[in-house]
Structures are given as C-alpha cells and as structure tokens.
Write a protein that binds this ligand. Structure first.
Ligand code: FAD
Ligand code: ATP
Ligand code: MG
Length: 403
C-alpha cells in the first residue's frame, strides 16, 4: 500500500494571521466543540471554492482550542498514485508509531475502523479530527468518513472535513456520504466569499508594503540578527537590499543560519566598514550618503528606504524608582545587585530578583547578555519557582515571629 505520512511540518507556521469576516463560522465550530466536549460529538463539512479560506478557518479554530483538545489532522491529496486511507495513516502517525503497525496488521477494514473509534474513546481530552480536502478522498477514506460520522454523536469528538465544491471528482460519492448521515449530527458550513471591503483591506495591507519598498533599493543599518531577518523579509519585496555594517562584517554578530540564508539570496549584499553620514531627498528619502571608515570615501547611493536596526532600549520608564535599572532602562537583578547600595537585605538576591525583594524580572527587560526566546521562557519558569520560595520563606519568617 502506498502512503505518505502527514508530517508535523504541515502544521500551521503562521498561526497568527487574523481572519476577516469568519466570526460566525468560528462560533458555529466552537459551539459544536462545546457539545462534543460534553459527550455529544458532531461533524462539520466546511465547503467552498478553492482558496476561499477553508484551511485558514480550520487553522484559526484549532489554534483557539489547542489547550482544551487533542487534535489530529489528515489530508487527502490529488496524487497520480492513489493513497487509500491516506488521512487515516496521517492520523496514525500523529497518534503513535505503533498505530501504523496496527493498520497494517488488521486484515478487515471494518475491524480497523472499529479499533480506531475505540482508540478515540480512550483520550483524556475531547478529540478534534480534521480531514482536509475530501474532494480528493479515495473510496476507502469516504467509507471511513461515513463510519466515523455515523457514530460521532456517541463520542467526545469533533470531526471537521474540508471540501471544494468546484471539484467534480467525488461529488457523487460525497452526496452518498451526506445522505447516509442523520441530519442532526452534522452541518454543512458553506463559506461565503469575503466582502469587497475585506478584500480591499487585505489588498491595502499588501499595498502598503509595496509602497514602502516595492521595486526599490532598500538599505538596512545593523549587523545583528534583527538586521539579517529584516533583510530576508525585505528581499522578497524590494528590488535589492543592502546591509550596511560599521564593522568588518556581520559574521561575529549574526547567527550562522541567517548568514547562510543571506548568502543564498542574489538581491542582498553587505557593505562593510560603512556608516550613513547623511540622507537626502525632497519631501521623501531619495539617497543616502555612506562613508567608508577605512578609506574615508563618501558615496551617494540612491535609496527608496532606510531601516535602522541597531539595538533596543527597555521601555521601563513607568516602573517606580525602587526597581533599579541601568541607564538604558534594563532592570538589574540577582548578582548585578549583590553588594550594591540598591540591595538592603542580609541574604543575597535570588537570580532574577529585582532591587525590591519578592519582585522578579525575566526576559529581554532584564540586564543580561542573552536576548533569546528560549532564555525568556526558561527565566519565566524559574521566576515562578523563586516566587514560591520567597513566599515560603516569608511564611516561615511570619511563623517564627508569631511563635
Ligand atoms: C527582529 C527580532 C528578531 C529576533 N529573532 C530571534 C530569533 O530568531 N530567535 C530568538 O531566540 N530570539 C529572537 N529575538 C529575540 C526574542 O524575540 C526576545 O528575546 C524574546 O521575545 C524576549 O521575550 P520577552 O517575553 O522577554 O519580551 P517580548 O517578547 O518583547 O514581550 C514583552 C511584551 O510586553 C509588552 N509590554 C511592554 N511594555 C508593557 C507595559 N507597560 N504593559 C503591558 N505590556 C507591556 C510588549 O508589548 C510585549 O508583548 C528576536 C528579536 C527581534 C527584535
Ligand atoms: N477570512 C480570511 N481573512 C483573511 N485572509 C484570508 C481569509 N480566508 C483566507 N484568507 C487568505 O486566503 C488564503 C487562501 O486560504 P486557504 O488556504 O484557507 O483556502 P482554502 O479554501 O483552504 O483553499 P484550497 O481549496 O486550495 O485548500 C490564505 O492563505 C489566507 O492568506
Ligand atoms: Mg485548503
């Protein structure tokens, strides 16, 4: 049997895209999910033409309920070689490795389907199963769809299927699936096209970026990761992107993965030992004057955009003066305070503790060399542990005083 397991990489990467004009559909899915979670499962067939936003709707919904549900996603593909039961294999891979063997070892499909449904009853949280693009489903998959959808109301399970209504491939078989289901166990959500205003809004957003740097020569000042990431982003919109570095190059200040990606893009270049000394233009930027710090030469370069990515300050002006900061606003913690006049207790401050005992800081706002997601997340969990320790000791102290 030929199959290509559904990879985790197909999971949404850009989860944060804001959906327009889909609130009604999201709330319909949400109420179906609430009923499923209460024990009465339900199926939704999300129907619409190619590109109307079926997958985006499902992604947005899955994101919304990701903490409260177990989610399995299978896809049907338009392959030259059919992949019978393809989505079931996708699900098996996500469930656990042994499920794949189970599929191979079970000789009868009816038994396989039953075991699968049985597996769904074992889960701690409500399960959401998504089958994408069932207009391309093989007949065995449609049998499974029918099998599960007919039993869904007895399961803590939401079954979501997407299908194009402008593909004629399986229309006859799909009609047959619908006619076999009890009407109160499923809903056909037929997606409506976005309104003219919504389309205009989306077009304006893209247009803004085009206006900002489309077909222009863009310059970026900076040699760190922010400059590297920005260069890659702008390179898809601008004619060309030039990174201006004061130093001999970004090799020491930028991550290797970014350096590799920059090197692979033909419309990105790096100018080293270069500083912007002047900008020119009538009402808008037209050129920048760049000086080479080694030769002293100045060059006037035509420029449609100049972006400066040379670091950040911490916006902590709102904090009370009791919380000590450095001159750029970064919060002092732990060993930065020990032995200074900003720390008054006999004990040393905990690792993430600020100058006010019991108040902790973590992430980028803290004075410290590591400005990374992993560091911020790790420090967040450490801070919680320190808060507990602080409270425990405060309780013990209060107990000792009372005693
Ligand atoms: C362009 C760029 C690219 C990066 N690339 C990477 C990378 O590839 N890998 C990596 O590991 N790290 C990267 N980083 C660093 C990473 O983003 C940070 O280290 C991480 O986000 C720090 O997390 P944080 O929670 O401390 O701060 P933030 O993610 O900055 O979160 C702070 C939050 O607090 C909010 N806030 C601020 N002031 C207030 C206030 N007064 N009241 C309420 N809310 C407030 C802000 O709006 C923000 O949402 C990058 C940073 C930048 C700028
Ligand atoms: N409600 C929406 N608001 C904003 N953008 C949307 C919306 N719906 C869809 N889009 C945009 O349209 C693109 C196409 O949507 P999507 O891939 O979800 O369509 P689809 O119906 O699943 O298409 P296909 O039939 O080809 O699978 C998305 O990448 C997204 O950028
Ligand atoms: Mg889709």
């Amino acid at each position: 049997m030929d199959f290509r397991p559904f990879e985790k990489t197909m999971r949404p990467i850009f989860d944060n895209m804001e959906l327009i004009e889909r609130d009604n559909f999201l709330s319909a899915l949400d109420s179906g999910f609430r009923e499923a979670a209460a024990g009465e499962g339900y199926s939704f067939f999300i129907i619409g033409e190619a590109g109307i936003g079926k997958t985006s709707l499902v992604k947005a919904f899955l994101k919304k309920i990701e903490r409260e549900s177990i989610q399995y996603i299978g896809a049907c593909d338009s392959l030259f070689t059919p992949r019978p039961l393809g989505p079931l294999y996708d699900l098996a891979v996500q469930m656990n490795k042994t499920w794949i063997n189970e599929i191979h070892s079970v000789s009868s499909r009816a038994e396989l389907f039953s075991r699968f449904v049985q597996e769904l009853t074992q889960k701690q949280k409500p399960v959401v199963i998504v089958f994408e693009d069932i207009h391309w489903a093989d007949e065995a998959t449609l049998d499974f769809v029918k099998f599960l959808a007919r039993r869904i109301s007895r399961l803590k399970c939401l079954f979501i299927l997407t299908l194009r209504d402008d593909e004629i491939n399986q229309q006859y078989s799909l009609r047959n699936v619908f006619s076999d289901l009890a009407p109160d166990t499923f809903t056909r959500l037929v997606l409506t096209p976005l309104s003219k205003q919504a389309v205009q809004k989306l077009a304006d957003e893209v247009g803004e970026l085009q206006m900002l740097c489309g077909r222009q020569q863009v310059y970026l000042v900076g040699g760190g990761n922010s400059a590297g990431q920005a260069a890659l982003y702008f390179a898809s919109h601008a004619r060309s992107v030039t990174i201006l570095c004061r130093s001999a190059g970004p090799e020491r200040t930028m991550s290797q993965y970014l350096l590799d990606q920059l090197a692979a893009r033909s419309n990105i270049e790096v100018l080293t030992h270069s500083e912007v000394v002047r900008v020119e233009g009538e009402g808008k930027l037209e050129a920048i004057v760049v000086k080479n710090s080694q030769t002293g030469e100045e060059a006037t370069l035509e420029s449609g955009g100049l972006f400066i990515l040379i670091g950040a300050d911490a916006e902590t002006g709102w904090l009370p003066p009791e919380i000590a900061r450095d001159r750029r606003g970064y919060v002092l913690t732990g060993s930065e305070l020990a032995g200074t006049d900003r720390w008054e207790l006999d004990r040393d401050p905990y690792l993430l503790e600020t100058s006010v005992p019991g108040i902790f800081a973590c992430g980028d706002v803290r004075l410290g060399p590591v400005k990374r997601v992993a560091a911020a997340v790790g420090e967040g969990s450490m801070a919680i542990a320190f808060v507990h320790q602080y409270l425990r000791e405060a309780e013990e102290r209060a107990g000792a005083v009372a005693g």
